[in-house]
Design a protein around this ligand. Structure first.
Ligand code: PHE
Length: 346
């Protein structure tokens, strides 16, 4: 038995010298350790041995196995080295153009945002922006939101540990800093920095202390709208929103304004939309934004005379619109950045 094993290893070593390609390596491996390989056959013979002989032969077989494994490892190294060497020595044509870099595509939220902004651009709106880290005044006080309003609660809003000494408004000395809970703070910033009339849309990131699930994210996006002019009415609000909804969801989409409440608009509404182009959500009323006429108190707080100026405002959730347009059922897909998801929007 000992002799047989020594012979087997010697043969393997000898044969291995002629192996140069990966296919030859596989064939060689099968001949020795495959189901019908030479070493496998010897191992099967173990069953016929007597109890006393077994440990002795077992040891010999293990040694042979180790020797064969070493031969195989060395062969693999040799084959890989040869493969690399041959790849490197292939003739290179430096005059060929380099392969195109793989093209990326816009994130579905960016695409939806651009689509929405484009609809409003057609109505004369321009894009405005504001900071994500806000003071309490811009996010709440100037929007007529009282100190005890639930939205200002620590449970709902992410406050920063630091307070801020505002330079631009002496009447506000120290105030809390927070992550804006809505883009409505951009209404305030715009009214304070521009002369009406104007129409702006303000896209941006917002933050709330929400538990994350299929429809909630602590970080989400809104698009705010504000139109300040003389004599702006509810008819303008309806007209603007109806145009936007038809652009986004098709000419046969309809809107409905449901009375609601926001501290910064009066009257206030929830806008619902209904469209036959929404798959399983077709022809159902779906709530997609808050809106209303700018509360005279807010105009005053922002330095505009409510006798002269009036306005309309609205705020919509970008994720909600993108989910409806593309039939996406879980908000978390937007933030996981799985390319298999993202590629579908190329
Ligand atoms: N800011 C409100 C929200 O986040 C939406 C809104 C914007 C309502 C403008 C009315 C006017 O829910």
């Amino acid at each position: 038995m000992q002799q047989q094993l020594a012979q087997l290893v010697a043969t393997a070593r000898q044969e291995s010298a002629s192996v140069t390609t990966r296919a030859e390596l596989e064939a060689f491996k099968a001949r020795v350790v495959g189901p019908h390989g030479s070493l496998t056959q010897v191992m099967k013979g173990m069953a016929t041995l007597s109890k006393e002989d077994r440990p002795v032969v077992g040891k010999l077989i293990n040694e042979a196995k180790k020797a064969v494994e070493e031969i195989l490892a060395a062969l693999l190294q040799k084959v890989e080295d040869a493969e690399i060497a041959s790849a490197l020595s292939a003739p290179l044509d430096p005059t060929l153009p380099s392969p195109d870099a793989p093209a990326g595509n816009l994130h579905p939220l960016s695409r939806t945002r651009e689509r929405i902004l484009n609809s409003f651009r057609k109505l004369g709106f321009t894009v405005a922006e504001g900071p994500e880290v806000e003071t309490e005044w811009y996010c709440f006080d100037a929007l007529n939101t009282p100190g005890d309003h639930p939205a200002r609660d620590m449970q709902d809003t992410l406050y920063l540990p630091k307070t801020f000494r505002s330079a631009d408004a002496p009447r506000r000395q120290e105030e809390a800093m927070l992550l804006r809970t809505h883009t409505s703070s951009v209404q305030v910033r715009t009214m304070l920095s521009r002369r009406p009339p104007f129409r702006i849309v303000a896209p941006g990131r917002c933050f709330r202390r929400d538990a994350v699930d299929a429809t909630h994210s602590a970080n989400f996006h809104q698009v705010e709208g504000l139109w300040i002019d003389r004599g702006v009415t509810l008819a303008d609000l309806r007209g603007v929103l109806d145009f936007f909804v038809k652009e986004t969801f098709g000419a046969d989409a309809e809107i409905r304004l449901r009375p609601s409440f926001f501290p910064f608009t009066e009257p206030s509404f929830e806008m619902d939309l209904r469209s036959p182009n929404l798959g399983r959500l077709s022809n159902r009323w779906l709530e997609i934004m808050g809106c209303g006429l700018v509360d005279p108190k807010v105009l005053e707080l922002c330095g505009l005379d409510p006798q002269e100026w009036s306005g309309l405002a609205f705020g919509l959730g970008l994720e909600r619109i993108a989910m409806l347009v593309h039939g996406i059922d879980d908000i978390r897909h937007f933030y996981q950045n799985d390319v298999r998801f993202l590629r579908q929007f190329a």
